[in-house]
Each structure stands twice: as structure tokens, then as C-alpha cells.
Ligand binder design. Structure first.
Ligand SMILES: *Cc1c(COP(=O)(O)O)cnc(C)c1O
Length: 420
């Protein structure tokens, strides 16, 4: 135990880590004196791959040299650009290509999906979310309820039990068993942003479908972090942003998943634009709307190429490494982080994230008794970038792409000193 809790051990782990070379493929932010930050907020905004600039520059050059002809003549013709992303994105979330598309931003995608999949009736209209849902998701479902003439109080919360932090699947079962006849939709965060809990999506889909409720998943904290196996889970739809674990840059485009079982259902109500119209006749311009099959059938506009170039840079990197090796390292790295925190032996500290590596991604949410935001500020002063959530939780994500065991070691030893 003594040895594992040492800088020598952390350095040895980095030496043995087959993925340690990846860190050098990213820009690691530095302080004014040139010291690298210990960056634990890849769950908020992933770091920039060094290759991103080249990918974007390629499109800037093609635009400069080709103007509108770039749609066909660019090195990566813009007309089909989103298609270059589909297979790689689908692989990361365990989906089929027909189920996946990159478009818009996350909350926009949730709304577009609810246009199709939240179809309330007079008696079956309520929406289930987790009590600690991300605010944007809560506002989105409340506004959907109101848009359809219901009240924002028609949200049903799946809550942790008293004195617990994590959600229990049997409590969702209970909600659906007792109120399922009134529930139209479940919109659940696949990995909870606050606790880091990775829920059993397949089980959630089964529970929801048992009472004919549609099941949608927000994967913002799951994509590129865990293996959600979207297709096999059987959930109806999902959406996620790409600027967190997928390192595609601030506000970059989002992902959308619609299960294959809905791919050919052209009767699903949806909003339309020229980009979800049949590609073969799109530019004839005078055709009646003919919707595309699969996830592409939810697009509206021709998408921003510069943002997609950044996504391409990142997805190429994920494709090179593969989720399997990333998950393997992630379990080790977060396990080490957890071990070191437990070694602190502090009664003031509690990790609220599940202990089982299968029920979490890389993030640990650390609750610090009687702490306030000044602890977070002290960490920042020491070059440790973490995320503070009121009232007393520090969220830390050691990201397997670029966080080292040494980073984790230093982070915990500084936290330990600050708490003493
Ligand atoms: C990050 C995040 C969002 C942010 O939504 P945007 O539309 O990208 O601004 C929404 N929901 C969840 C669960 C998130 O983690």
C-alpha cells in the first residue's frame, strides 16, 4: 500500500501504460510560468488534439481556393462531410451507422427527437427524468410539456432514496409499475453528470417499454467515456454533445441516435428541412418532401464544416485507439484515483460515484464535508482544474486519452495537503 501510494509507483504505471503516448497528441494547457495544468475537466470541455488545427485548416484552404466548388471538389467534399463521421461515431456509442448522425447541438437534438417521440395523449403524457438531471434537459422536457398544453409539474422525478446519492433501478420499476399508464416518455442521463453513475440502459429500456413508454437517453457524459451499447440496449433514441469526452471543441456539433426499429418509419411526425430530404433529388429543389431513412432523417440544415472537421480529427483518434483500450486504461486510472483518495483516510471525504467500475465512467464525484467553493479555488491556484458543484462536490475526470497516473498522484497529494 505504501509503495502504491508513491510518486515512483505512479511513474511506473505511466511507463507501463500502452496509451501514455496519446497525451502528447493533445495540447495540455499551462500556467503563466509554463507549468502544465492538472486537467480534470475533460467531462466539461475535452482538450484539443494537436491534429485539429490541420483538419480545420484543410477546410479553410479549400474554401479559400474553391469557394462553392468545395462542396464537390474539396479534398473532403463538403456535401457528404457528415457521412465521414458516421461510422466512427456509431462505433463509439455501440450503434449501427443507420442509427447515427452528427448534427446540431445537444439540447436542439433532444427537442427534435421529442417532436417525434414525445407524443402525449390526454391520459398518457407525463415525462420521467432523474432528480439530478442536467438543467438543460429539465428545461427541455418542461417546455415540451407546456408546449403540448400540460404543466411543467407533470415531470416525474426518479430520485435517490433518503440519505443516498445514487439511483436504484428498482425505484424506476416502481414508478413505471404504479404510474406507467400516465407516462409517455423517459428521458434519462445515461451517465449522470453529477454523480458519475452509469445506468443500465438495457434495463431502463425494458422497464419503460413494459408500459409502452418511449425511452430516450442523454449521453452527454457517456459518449467517449463508457460503452453504452446503444443498439443492443433497445432505447428508442439518444443524443450527446461531442465537446466533452469527444474533444471536438467548445459548442461543437452533437450526436443523435434513433434505434433501427424506427429507421424506416416515415410516418413518424418530425420537422423537415432540405437536409432530411432524399439526397438523390435534394438539389432539384422542386420536389415534395421525401424523408431519408435512419438518423439522417432528423437533419434539417447543411451542417457547419469547420465544426465537423474538428469532430473528424477527434473521431479519427478514437478510431485509432479504440474504446476497448480506452476503457481498460480508464478503469485502471480511475481505480488508482479512488485508491489514493481512500488512502487519505479522511472522514470528511466521500466518493459518491459507484464503486463498481461497470457502473461508472472515468469521473469521480468527491463530496467534501463542510467545504465550500474556496476549496475549488485553492485547487485552481495549484493548477488543478476541477469542477465544483454546489453544495459540496468536486467532480474530477481523469480522462484516459490524456491524463497520466502522475497527474492523479499529484492531484490527490495536493488535495490531501489542502484539507489538512
Ligand atoms: C453538457 C450537457 C448538456 C449541454 O447541452 P448543450 O445543448 O450542448 O448546451 C445538456 N445535457 C447534459 C446531460 C449535459 O451533460
Amino acid at each position: 500500500m505504501q509503495y502504491q501510494n508513491s510518486l515512483t509507483f505512479a511513474k511506473q504505471q505511466d511507463k507501463e501504460d500502452k496509451l501514455s503516448y496519446l497525451r502528447n497528441r493533445f495540447h495540455i494547457p499551462k500556467d503563466k510560468n509554463g507549468h502544465e495544468w492538472l486537467y480534470f475537466t475533460g467531462n466539461s470541455l475535452g482538450l484539443q488534439p494537436k491534429s485539429t488545427k490541420e483538419y480545420i485548416n484543410q477546410e479553410l484552404e479549400d474554401w479559400a481556393n474553391l469557394g462553392v466548388e468545395g462542396h464537390f471538389e474539396a479534398k473532403n467534399p463538403w456535401l457528404n462531410y457528415h457521412e465521414y463521421l458516421t461510422d466512427k461515431m456509431a462505433k463509439i456509442v455501440g450503434a449501427k451507422p443507420i442509427e447515427t448522425v452528427i448534427m446540431n447541438t445537444l439540447t436542439t437534438n433532444l427537442h427534435l427527437l421529442m417532436v417525434s417521440f414525445y407524443r402525449p395523449t390526454k391520459t398518457k403524457y407525463k415525462i420521467v427524468i432523474e432528480s439530478d438531471a442536467f438543467p438543460s434537459d429539465r428545461y427541455a422536457v418542461q417546455s415540451q410539456l407546456e408546449f403540448h398544453g400540460f404543466s411543467k409539474d407533470d415531470v416525474i422525478e426518479w430520485k435517490p432514496r433518503k440519505n443516498e446519492e445514487l439511483l436504484r433501478i428498482e425505484d424506476l420499476e416502481e414508478i413505471i409499475a404504479t404510474q406507467g399508464n400516465e407516462i409517455a416518455l423517459l428521458l434519462i442521463g445515461g451517465v449522470n453528470y453529477y454523480t458519475g453513475q452509469f445506468l443500465d440502459l438495457k434495463k431502463i429500456a425494458e422497464i419503460g417499454h413494459s408500459k409502452d413508454c418511449v425511452v430516450g437517453i442523454d449521453l452527454a457524459h457517456g459518449a467517449g467515456n463508457v460503452d453504452p451499447n446503444l443498439h443492443d440496449s433497445g432505447v428508442d433514441f439518444a443524443a450527446w454533445c461531442t465537446y466533452k469526452y469527444l474533444n471536438s471543441g467548445p459548442g461543437s456539433l452533437a450526436g443523435l441516435f434513433v434505434h433501427e426499429k424506427h429507421a424506416k418509419n416515415k410516418e413518424l411526425p418530425r420537422f423537415a428541412g432540405w437536409w432530411n430530404h432524399n439526397k438523390a433529388t435534394r438539389f432539384n429543389m422542386r420536389q415534395p418532401f421525401d424523408v431519408l431513412e435512419g438518423a439522417e432523417g432528423w437533419q434539417l440544415s447543411n451542417p457547419p464544416i469547420l465544426s465537423m472537421a474538428a469532430i473528424k480529427a477527434s473521431l479519427d483518434l478514437f478510431d485509432e485507439v479504440g474504446m476497448d483500450s480506452l476503457r481498460e486504461k480508464s478503469e485502471k486510472l480511475t481505480g488508482y484515483f479512488e485508491f489514493l483518495i481512500n488512502e487519505m483516510g479522511s472522514n470528511d471525504i466521500k466518493i459518491i460515484t459507484p464503486k463498481n467500475p461497470k457502473e461508472r465512467g472515468c469521473q469521480l464525484s468527491i463530496q467534501v464535508k463542510n467545504a465550500d467553493k474556496s476549496l475549488h479555488q485553492k485547487l485552481t491556484k495549484k493548477n488543478i482544474i476541477t469542477d465544483w458543484r454546489e453544495p459540496d462536490v468536486i467532480r474530477c475526470a481523469p480522462v484516459p486519452m490524456y491524463t497520466s497516473f502522475e497527474d492523479v498522484y499529484h492531484m490527490v497529494s495536493i488535495l490531501n495537503k489542502l484539507l489538512k
